[in-house]
Structure formats: structure tokens, C-alpha cells
Design a protein around this ligand. Structure first.
Ligand code: DQA
Length: 142
């Protein structure tokens, strides 16, 4: 079992950006937490982050060639704008879970639309970093 954990723009700024919304823990803390959980479950995991939409498309396509069994994606702001990410997920047909640290439903109107949710098997919102763990468990069928 191999998973891709893909984080989009500004998620490398966790711990610095809007800590009242996203918390004080860093991106490195997030990765360490997911890695520990995956090690525990005997799951191989690849981590990627980019602030660039095209890079994220490339990483999704690469997941097919890397024979990933699942994609856990927090597309950041591209959630609300990117048809390209939706199309990439449709192209590879790898089961995906969409994760948002914050509860996007209770935030600005422009955060209410998600293109990725049209293909994601599940969307987890507002559970903080724990949402990533829930997504791993969902993808591995735990
Ligand atoms: C986010 C929510 C998005 O609206 C925002 O643009 C992000 C992070 C979240 O994890 O809550 O960058 O995806």
C-alpha cells in the first residue's frame, strides 16, 4: 500500500500563516505526524507540496507511474479554482480523499465551491491535522 500526500499553496507556511485558523504546528510537524501513523500501519507514503498548480498536476500524474494506491490532497486555495486538478485526478483514477484543516463551510463564500470534491471519495473539513490521519485510515480501509 502506497499513498501520496499532496499539499497545495501556502501549506508550507503552516505554523506561520493565520495560526488562529490553521494552528501553530508547522508543515514539518504535519509530515512527521502522518509519517508516524503510516509507519505504524505499514503504509508507504510519499509527501509533496507545491505553491504551483502545474506542479500539483504533475505530482498527481506521477502517482500513477509510482503505482500509488491512494491520494490524500489538500489543494489549498486551488480547491476553489482548479479544474486542472480535478481533471488530473479524473485522469489517473486513483482513489482520493480531500482534506481541509479548517472548516471551509463556515468561512467565506468563495471557499464553498470545491472542484476536487467532484471526484474525491471523501472530503474531511475542519478536523485540523487529525483530518489527514482520518484520510489515511479511510484510504487504507482501516
Ligand atoms: C485550506 C482551506 C482553503 O480555503 C485555503 O485556501 C487553504 C487551506 C484548509 O486546509 O483549510 O489554503 O485548504
Amino acid at each position: 500500500m502506497k499513498l501520496l500526500v499532496l499539499n497545495g499553496p501556502n501549506l508550507n507556511m503552516l505554523g506561520i500563516r493565520e495560526p488562529d485558523i490553521y494552528g501553530k504546528s508547522t508543515y514539518a510537524d504535519l509530515i512527521a505526524m502522518i509519517k508516524a501513523h503510516c509507519d505504524d500501519k505499514g503504509v508507504e507514503v510519499i509527501f509533496k507540496q507545491s505553491n504551483h498548480e502545474g506542479d500539483l498536476v504533475d505530482f498527481i500524474q506521477q502517482a500513477l507511474f509510482d503505482k500509488c494506491d491512494g491520494i490524500l490532497i489538500n489543494p489549498g486555495a486551488y480547491t476553489h479554482t482548479s479544474v486542472a486538478l480535478l481533471d488530473a485526478l479524473k485522469a489517473v483514477q486513483i482513489p482520493s480523499v480531500e482534506v481541509h484543516i479548517s472548516d471551509v463551510d463556515s468561512r467565506e463564500e468563495f471557499r464553498q465551491i470545491s472542484y476536487v470534491s467532484l471526484i474525491a471519495a471523501k472530503t474531511i473539513k475542519g478536523h485540523g491535522f487529525e483530518g489527514y490521519i482520518e484520510a489515511v485510515d479511510y484510504l487504507i480501509g482501516a
